[in-house]
Design a protein around this ligand. Structure first.
Ligand code: PYC
Length: 312
């Protein structure tokens, strides 16, 4: 299995070029469901240690349905198959350029959440034009004890994955607080589940974001994002930024076309803006940088007792 690893703002993406399971040639959302239900061992063996690492997202290349797309892709972490992945799409675009499969300019990529646009401006810089993103619930209160407060309040929004966004964070969004932020975000996610609060069609809200002030002038804010596999996103999270733009637009806090900079907990940044969507949401633009780090062949030795990964 031939893979290429990159990172986008510190968040790794592993593009799988061959050797994936046969998922048929139906809509990508159906193929993603098939991957999630029938091939968990496949994606866990690639994402979990010792072959993978906790922050890594996989990008399985598949044949697109739309012939205008340069490729189809299904993203996953060690725990879940994702609808879309912003940092992964930036990493994938830089990887396709590294392979000589695309030139600078505008291209389309098909994901289970829909077709997204990508513009490669230089070998490392990509702007993703995401699917229409929207807020579905504002100011939802949850009885979760976080840093002395009895409850938290957040919005539910979709940006290709489902998010609960808490602004302001009751815990300082600082690297020193990573374990407290992670534990609190897990408690929030469990409370959403216990209350039956979901995205559309009962979709689980499996990403949680805390927002705090930025360190530098010119940066809108800093975020901490918990992913479904309990790892935190080292990048500012492209689908999370899309959900955030939908919330800022719905609250009248950001005008169409205005640009802001979003910082991650480790200080990596994306430039963000949006245009109004056709269905009341926003069409986000996310600009970030990715770097290719490794090209390798994964080996699955039948005698290896940890061949399928350590997924505790
Ligand atoms: O960038 O959209 C994103 C993302 C989702 C999970 C990890 N990164």
């Amino acid at each position: 299995m031939h893979v290429i690893d990159s990172h986008t703002g510190g968040e790794p993406t592993r593009v799988i070029l061959d050797g994936g399971p046969d998922l048929g040639n139906g809509p990508l959302a159906d193929r993603a469901q098939k991957l999630a239900r029938q091939h968990q061992a496949f994606y866990r063996s690639i994402m979990c240690e010792p072959r993978g690492q906790e922050a890594m997202v996989g990008a399985l290349l598949v044949e697109p349905v739309d012939p205008e797309c340069v490729t189809g892709v299904i993203y996953f972490d060690a725990h879940a198959v994702l609808g879309m992945c912003g940092h992964g799409t930036i990493g994938l675009t830089v990887t396709l350029a590294h392979l000589g499969r695309i030139d600078p300019g505008r291209h389309k990529i098909e994901t289970p959440a829909g077709v997204v646009g990508v513009t490669l401006s230089d070998p490392n810089t990509v702007t993703v034009t995401n699917i229409e993103s929207r807020r579905t619930r504002a100011s939802v209160e949850l009885d979760v004890r976080v840093n002395g407060a009895d409850h938290v309040r957040g919005d539910v929004a979709y940006g290709g994955n489902w998010f609960y966004l808490i602004d302001p964070s009751p815990i300082a969004v600082e690297p020193d607080n990573l374990s407290q932020l992670s534990a609190s975000a897990r408690a929030v996610r469990a409370a959403l589940q216990a209350r039956g609060i979901t995205g559309d069609g009962g979709a689980p809200i499996d990403h949680i974001i805390f927002y705090g002030p930025a360190q530098d002038d010119g940066v809108h804010g800093r975020n901490f994002v918990l992913c479904p596999d309990d790892a935190y996103d080292r990048s500012p999270c492209g689908t999370g930024c899309s959900a955030r733009l939908a919330c800022l637009a719905a609250d009248g806090r950001l005008a169409p076309g205005a640009e802001i900079v979003q910082e991650s907990i480790i200080g990596s940044t994306y430039r963000l803006s949006y245009q109004s969507g056709r269905n009341g949401g926003v069409i986000p633009s996310i600009t970030g940088k990715a770097y290719v780090m490794a090209e390798s062949r994964l080996i699955f030795d039948p005698h290896d007792p940890f061949r399928d990964g350590i997924c505790l």
